[in-house]
Design a protein around this ligand. Structure first.
Ligand code: U5P
Length: 225
């Protein structure tokens, strides 16, 4: 199978070496089982700290996005540090470079690409570009909810959503640098048009990623084309 794993920054970095190492082990394991694997790493709390400070300093949203992109690449390098020589040596800055690495049998790693989006959209675009069989969003929230579960204890998780329904659920969420929708709107639109099978799950335990690839089972949200 061809798999793109979107690792939320808060899932991976700046956690300890154990967490990053555990994710690297799962990704390596999938590659060793014969899967083609690409990983896209988000910015997490480090990006949000930079964005918060720079916003107070008066930076505009595009400047803040650029800070975010640089941070995702930093986090992507942390994952590369934990991967073996099977991984590309640096985070790809565009889809063609990542796609070429996958064709060579390497594990491609990306961070952000361009302002005005998040790594959710990068993951969806890479999955579309390489015709992935499965796109896994490993986030710190266990799926897509009808409200923010951190703020609303009654928030309900969707087991299954069509890509069009996903677009409707997240359309009202504000889009500023560092925003934390479950999956961003552009990502949802790309998933809708590409029809790539997508799962949003709690990725704090990396074994859940291996489990969904090998069994199709998970406790998160299925986005069906
Ligand atoms: N970002 C972009 N473009 C990208 C990826 C990320 O502008 O292609 C910026 C956004 O401000 C985003 C932040 O909120 O970096 C951190 O990425 P993420 O963890 O939200 O995906």
């Amino acid at each position: 199978m061809k798999i793109i794993v979107s690792l939320g920054g808060s899932v991976l970095a700046p956690r300890d070496s154990e967490r990053v190492g555990a994710h690297a082990t799962v990704i390596e394991g999938l590659a060793e089982e014969g899967h083609t694997v690409g990983a896209v790493v988000g910015g997490g709390t480090v990006a949000r700290k930079y964005i918060h400070t720079a916003r107070e300093l008066g930076a505009n949203e595009i400047e803040l996005d650029q800070l975010g992109v640089d941070t995702t690449r930093l986090n992507a390098r942390l994952l590369i540090a934990a991967l073996s020589e099977r991984a590309a040596t640096r985070p790809a800055r565009d889809y063609e470079t990542a796609g070429a690495a996958l064709r060579r049998g390497e594990i491609a790693v990306m961070g952000g690409v361009t302002p005005g989006q998040t790594t959710d959209a990068v993951s969806a675009a890479l999955a579309e570009y390489v015709n992935a069989d499965l796109l896994v969003y490993a986030t710190s929230v266990p799926g897509v909810f009808d409200a923010d579960p951190d703020e609303n204890p009654d928030a309900q998780r969707f087991d299954r959503l069509s890509a069009g329904e996903l677009v409707d659920v997240i359309a009202d969420i504000e889009m500023t640098a560092g925003s934390s929708a479950p999956v961003d709107l552009l990502a949802a639109k790309i998933i809708e048009r590409s029809g790539v099978r997508t799962v949003v799950l709690d990725g704090t335990d990396p074994d859940r990623i291996g489990h969904v690839v090998n069994t199709g089972e998970h406790d998160g949200t299925d986005i069906v084309p």
